[in-house]
Design a protein around this ligand. Structure first.
Ligand SMILES: NC(=O)c1ccc[n+]([C@@H]2O[C@H](COP(=O)([O-])OP(=O)(O)OC[C@H]3O[C@@H](n4cnc5c(N)ncnc54)[C@H](O)[C@@H]3O)[C@@H](O)[C@H]2O)c1
Length: 292
């Protein structure tokens, strides 16, 4: 499966959907980006185009290749357009009912051999797969954010995932240049088990006045070698998403390290969600969802 050009649909044109659509188009796949909100779909497409334009500007891609990659992405607000998809990657709001319902609808639209991938962070893959009459073709594929830049994808089978779907998924991800790490269908998989408590502790340190956000970001860059500091990363993730993921993991794991510090709620209430609203820990003129 890895080397052939496929038709891939991505559900949700938000932070993760636009990043995943970029990954698909870059790998040569015809990519359908689907969202129910026209404005969000347009921003998703703008974000994908912005990524390829920037890659050309930085000399990482030649101009023809950039235009070709942009041309492989089409937008849709009609689920029926997804009929030719070989793979569907779901990246809509973190809502079990919504994700199950989309997979149930897709059962009537796509072929029975189409792989259904979910990018859920905290929900059970088995629970989402129960929305499909063919749960054997549902696999959890948890991309790291920003998806075009991070190599890791956590792969989690649901209770009824077929081994053919699992192997086809790992093969497909390898064709995207991704590294798969296999994890169980457990809350937070691997990465969020340590990332969320760590991000919370950085926010708590800021709230306690230990240092400025710039200081903490610089300390992380210069010490433990992360590619970006926690506050730059949280601005890409989105504070609403951080709050949701942290709270859900706290509810499931009952470990206080997952509970978001009070500053998170204040920022969400103020609408300071990060890049997507132009203001989070830092201010942004460019509200495309990820960037340089
Ligand atoms: N943000 C992160 O860092 C991150 C990382 C890994 C996984 N995730 C997971 O990815 C998923 C998406 O997160 P996000 O940060 O991109 O969210 P987001 O809020 O940026 O985007 C969600 C998008 O889904 C769209 N949507 C809502 N209902 C829809 C429907 N019925 N059909 C089609 N589109 C619909 C919305 O209009 C929106 O554009 C969630 O499950 C989240 O837990 C997020």
């Amino acid at each position: 499966m890895s080397n052939q050009s496929k038709t891939v649909a991505v559900l949700g044109g938000g932070t993760m959907g636009s990043g995943i659509a970029t990954v698909m188009a870059r790998a040569g796949h015809t990519t359908i980006l689907y969202d129910v909100v026209e404005q969000n779909l347009q921003r998703g497409i703008d974000t994908v185009h912005g990524f390829f334009d920037r890659s050309v500007k930085l000399g990482k891609l030649d101009a023809d290749a950039g235009e070709a990659a942009k041309g492989r992405v089409v937008g849709s607000t009609d689920l029926r357009d997804l009929a030719p998809s070989d793979v569907v990657v779901e990246a809509v709001f973190e809502d079990l009912g919504l994700k199950k319902d989309l997979f149930a609808q897709l059962d009537e639209i796509v072929s029975d051999t189409t792989l259904l991938h979910t990018n859920t962070s905290t929900l059970s893959v088995t629970g989402i797969a129960s929305g499909s009459r063919l749960p054997e073709r549902v696999v959890g594929t948890h991309y790291c954010n920003p998806a075009p830049l991070m190599k890791l994808v956590e792969v989690a089978d649901g209770r009824h995932t077929g081994s053919w779907a699992h192997h086809a998924t790992v093969d497909f991800l390898s064709g995207l240049g991704k590294t798969s790490v296999i994890t169980q269908d457990r809350p937070g998989f691997i990465v969020n088990r340590f990332l969320i408590p760590w991000e919370n502790s950085c926010i708590a340190a800021l709230e306690a006045g230990v240092a400025t956000k710039e200081g903490i970001d610089a300390a992380v860059l210069g010490s433990i070698g992360h590619p970006m500091g926690p506050f730059r990363l949280l601005d890409i993730v989105g504070m609403d998403i951080h709050q949701q993921v942290a709270t859900r993991l706290y509810e499931q794991l009952r470990d206080p390290r997952f509970f978001p510090p009070p500053m998170v709620e204040r920022m969400v209430a103020a609408g300071d969600l990060g890049r997507k609203t132009g203001r989070g820990f830092y201010d942004y003129d460019d509200t495309r969802l990820f960037g340089s």
